[in-house]
Design a protein around this ligand. Sequence first.
Ligand code: DMJ
Length: 572
Amino acid sequence: MARSRASSSSWWRYLHPSYYLKRPKRLALLFVVFVFASFAFWDRQTLVREHEAEISKLNGELNRLQDQLRKVEDRLENPDEHSVGHDVVDIDPTNNERREKVKEAMIHAWSSYKKYAWGQDELQPQSKSGINSFGGLGATLVDSLDTLYIMGLHDEFQEAREWVADSLDFNKDYEASVFETTIRVVGGLLSAYDLSGDDIFLEKAKDIADRLLPAWDTSSGIPYNRINLAHGRAHNPGWTGGDSILADSGTEQLEFIALSQRTGDPKYQEKVENVIRQLQKTFPSDGLLPIYINPHSGTSSYSTITFGAMGDSFYEYLLKAWIQGNKTEAVKHYRQMWETSMEGLLSLIRKTTPSSFSYICEKNGDSLSDKMDELACFAPGMLALGSSGYGPDKAEKILSLAKELAWTCYNFYQSTPTKLAGENYFFHAGQDMSVGTSWNILRPETVESLVYLWRLTGNKTYQDWGWNIFQAFEKNSRIESGYVGLKDVNTGVKDNMMQSFFLAETLKYLYLLFSPPSVISFDEWVFNTEAHPLRIVPRTGKDEGVGRAASGKLTTKPLVRPFGRKQGKIGA
Ligand code: DMJ
């Protein structure tokens, strides 16, 4: 007993500092052991992190290779066909089932629109009537064309095509939103044209774009945001105090550049590219622009900075115009401006306690506000898409931010009783997130980001998240006569509107989430902000082929003939 006490006390002395102070060599030895142990621990953590990053990259690569294999097999079996607009088959049966359910949802939304609101802008499912919220341009019909085509709903597409040819009339004495008309109508028509090769869509796109063009005739070239479609008088809405809105003024580049490429007439491209050149002159060092711009001076007015409403798609188009332009020298400034803005975005990121949800703040002057719109949930997808243009370390950092933000956005849905997201969220100290404006109007941004993240990482978790969101829409928003939004995601009380972007975006992105990535591949297509895919065509040199022939004469045929189809015909 006495010996054991003596031996335990002899062990204790090794823990006493005075033991080492008297024996400096042992102290030095202990220090060396400590340094090595810490290094080994740190090194292990780094290795684990690096392995995780490597696995994520390999998954993405595997996904890409599997997809290429599928594409090759598909092309060998059907040399004259293409995977768009035909029955898609995935090796994963779960994807097949889920995709069919989404297609069925589209059929339900479309047939309800057809029955109660044919040719009108949007369906009010509860009152079973149509409403012309965009001046009577058949917004839902035009917004749905490419979704119908991609899903292989050929009869429905053909019927809609006949309406466009016979009844779509833009000569309306109506003060249209330049932004909404561009992203839904010009974008929808161009996408239908790129998919089907049917000239009627290009003719109509040109007609409406010509009516919008006078909006850019301001002293700075920053457009007015409203225009009368019949008379061409342009102005800004009264509530902006005469200013133009950032997103409304900087979200026409993809559509108008595409139109110039397909018609051979550079005038559309010139107008919208000038907007970016003007903004570049006074672009701030953090790349963050306030939401109001004076159309006369071309400079920003004091106002909020946000990746949500009224700011969002300006940043999206900087990246996508670079992609649309084949990442060439001619479009380098778009990427540079986008990267500058992403540094600004990084400065707006904060994390919640207790659960460490990353979110994007809004900014007013020098102060940040802990608020994020669901609209800003397009950002994870944008970051993932843009990440590969960076060097490896930065790419990894941007991609992991994309993943963190997608997790937050998914939790916007998961945190409510209906499992549908509210319109915006606040992050109060000590709380993770709380719904601010509590309606849900069937918005697509989160599922949009899930498509990018799934395709670019190969992680099927993003598909499962999208499936959960889809099921929540089915449970809360589906009624016998279409789909409605919710007035309140806490109570589930329904509204009376089936937004056209539900068919253009939400259902299309969900369908793509469960389709092989070769269906509208990111290598060949770029999506406008209303989810209308535009085919990427060569753009080389400084003044980038807008379609002028060597003779200087404008080319009258499109530069894109995707599948060599005959006019007006769609997939067999
Ligand atoms: C759509 O019209 C577009 O996605 C736009 O960029 C933002 N708002 C809606 C969908 O929420």
